[in-house]
Ligand binder design. Structure first.
Ligand code: ATP
Ligand code: MG
Length: 599
């Protein structure tokens, strides 16, 4: 499913990943770490001290029968718990703060990464895989850090403190507690490998669920129109069932250690009780020693169990960290090239020189295309579907780079100038209009950040959008909905044209800009485009005759080549490809008109 680098490489092994996490992500926040660790040390001390205090209390009550001491111990215990309460609160806040910061850092990094990808990036993979990696990954990074700090801080230090109490109270008995460790660790080692495999499967399945959901959301219209509900349900079902299955497997494997651990612990505790009783009865140890030891042992049990599971929990979460780093580490498709010289425009003359290009190796789309587009002229690309017209615009915008040949603007090869400087000089209206979430005003203003209200209205008027915008009750504040779905196709198109107009760029690329307009609005938009094109270099792709007829030059694209070029009348005289194309369209138009005329 994924084309990201497989996670098996050395780089993504447990230890290098942990080192990277601790050095890259964590060390920058070291003051908070130190604070968290200090607070955890206080917690650990308080826990160990309370075990010790229990013994003292029992001796005071049962052996010495000293009432004043008991009260003093009671007050002390209260104080210990107050200290522990604040330390617990403080360390939890610190650890969360670090975790949240790491999540935020990674979200920013992933988004930067996304912006640096080329247009072809998502042709090979589903867009939600990216989102899924981001959410799982960022969360996992913070979980791993959390597990690490908690283990190193609270659990490890508690264990040291409690061991100290145990050893001081009863050194021999403490040895028996150590016996439990080797078999427990051995058991854990075996489980780690399996947990890693299952966690990966869970992630893959989870991604598939999100993909299916996202597709269903975007294609809801089609699903309903074609009655595809059951088919979509079936697709989701397969992924959901597999994730459920993997999760159950995870539950079984990850918890497999629990019964063994409990049995080991029960065995040790029963030994401690018998031996401790023997010490009190036969060798004259105080009951306080016995109870302190037992309390310390019982309190040590939970942190010890968590430490034993540490590797397991880490590996479970590291799967998420790996999927994140795989994306962050993959080389960007469109690395920053701002160090290249900027495009210097004078006449804005655009030229294709024997350009060859293919999206996939072995299937050439452009096969040696050469033409020039002059300033103050409208050049139109026409031709059958799939001929490579939109590809020409993709290459001018450097969404893709040419395989061979050159694209020149004022004599500069666009491959040698920075992408930003190139794109800044181009206003583009794509074949599929994309509007962003927000209002109509927001969307027009995206063409020129910081545009004034007057500029926005002027652009909308020029694109013949002003009138329909004012017809909405909210006017320019009308929300367009996700992808602009709350507007009609023609309205979306005119807003996209306004967005291009406001950019006021010297080069204009229009891909079927008038495709979804009725004849009346099309004529208005044509006027707008004619106005827009004055003094600029314009390349327009259109199927409608009206656009084609007024163009200064028409290039007929077929099979990735320019097969004819000239003005409308010249091409008609030639009686070649263009002429037959034209006649076909005329016929289509009259076919449409006749029945209407007959009514
Ligand atoms: N991202 C892509 N990956 C692979 N092949 C692609 C991609 N985009 C387009 N193609 C292929 O390249 C060829 C030219 O596509 P292009 O979009 O340039 O055609 P077009 O002339 O604009 O057609 P239309 O008039 O239908 O818009 C087509 O055969 C198409 O299948
Ligand atoms: Mg196209």
């Amino acid at each position: 499913m994924s084309v990201f680098k497989a996670a098996t490489s050395e780089r993504y092994a447990t230890f290098p990943l942990l080192r990277r996490l601790v050095v890259d992500e964590a060390l920058v926040h070291w003051p908070r770490y130190v604070a968290a660790l200090v607070l955890m040390a206080i917690m650990a001390g308080a826990t160990a001290f309370s075990a010790y205090l229990l013994g003292t209390m029992i001796n005071a009550a049962y052996v010495e029968k000293n009432y004043r001491e008991i009260v003093a111990i009671g007050v002390l215990a209260m104080l210990i718990f107050v200290v522990k309460a604040f330390a617990t609160y403080g360390s939890a806040v610190m650890v969360s703060w670090i975790g949240n910061r790491i999540v935020a850092d990674n979200q920013r990094r992933m988004f930067d990464k996304l912006l640096q990808e080329d247009i072809g990036f998502f042709a090979d993979r589903h867009s939600s895989e990216f989102i899924s990696r981001l959410t799982t990954g960022a969360q996992s990074v913070s979980s791993v850090i959390n597990v690490l700090i908690t283990a190193a801080g609270r659990d490890f230090m508690s264990l040291i403190g409690l061991t100290f109490v145990m050893v001081t109270e009863d050194p021999i008995m403490s040895l028996s507690a150590v016996v439990i460790a080797p078999p427990a660790l051995l058991l854990m080692r075996k489980l780690v490998r399996r947990v890693r495999g299952i966690a990966r499967m869970q992630f893959t399945g989870g991604t598939r669920i999100i993909e299916t959901m996202q597709e269903a959301i975007q294609g809801l219209r089609m699903i309903k129109a074609f009655g595809l509900e059951d088919e979509m349900r079936r697709r989701l079902d397969t992924s959901v069932a597999s994730v459920e299955h993997e999760s159950n497997k995870m539950a079984r494997v990850a918890n497999r250690s629990a019964p063994m651990m409990e049995i080991f612990a029960g065995f040790t505790i029963s030994l401690a009780i018998i031996y401790g009783g023997y010490r009190v009865i036969d060798t004259g140890a105080t009951p306080g020693q016995f109870f302190s030891f037992l309390a310390a042992f019982l309190l040590a049990y939970e942190p010890a169990k968590r430490l034993a599971r540490l590797n397991l929990d880490l590996n479970n979460n590291l799967v998420g960290v790996r999927v994140l780093y795989e994306v962050i580490d993959s080389p960007p498709g469109e690395p920053d090239d701002d160090d290249k010289p900027p495009l210097a425009l004078s006449a804005a003359r655009l030229e294709f020189d024997d350009v060859r290009f293919s999206y996939r190796a072995g299937t050439p789309v452009l096969r040696g295309m050469s033409f020039a587009v002059e300033r103050d002229k409208v050049t139109a690309l026409v031709g059958a579907s799939g001929g490579g017209k939109s590809t020409v615009l993709n290459l001018i915008l450097r969404f893709y780079d040419v395989d061979s040949g050159r694209i020149l603007i004022d004599g500069q090869n666009i491959a040698d100038v920075s992408r930003h400087s190139l794109r800044r000089q181009i206003a583009y209206v794509g074949q599929i209009v994309h509007l962003f979430r927000g209002t109509i005003r927001d969307n027009i203003a995206l063409g020129k950040l910081g545009a004034s209200e007057a500029e926005i209205v002027a652009a909308a008027k020029a694109a013949h959008a002003h009138d329909f915008i004012l017809d909405f009750p909210l006017g320019y504040d009308t929300p367009v909905g996700e992808h602009g779905l709350q507007l009609s196709g023609g309205q979306r198109q005119r807003i996209a044209i306004a967005r291009a107009l406001i950019k006021d760029a010297p080069i204009i690329l229009l891909d079927e800009a008038t495709a979804s307009l009725d004849s009346e609005s099309e004529r208005m938009v044509q006027d707008a485009i004619a106005e827009l094109c004055k003094g600029r270099t314009t390349l327009v792709i259109a199927h409608r005759l009206s656009t084609i007829m007024h163009a200064d030059s028409i290039l007929v694209v077929e099979g990735g080549l320019i097969v004819e070029s000239g003005r409308h009348e010249e091409l008609l005289c030639k009686n070649g490809r263009y002429a037959s194309f034209y006649r076909l369209q005329l016929k289509e138009q009259s076919d449409v008109r006749e029945p209407i005329a007959a009514v």
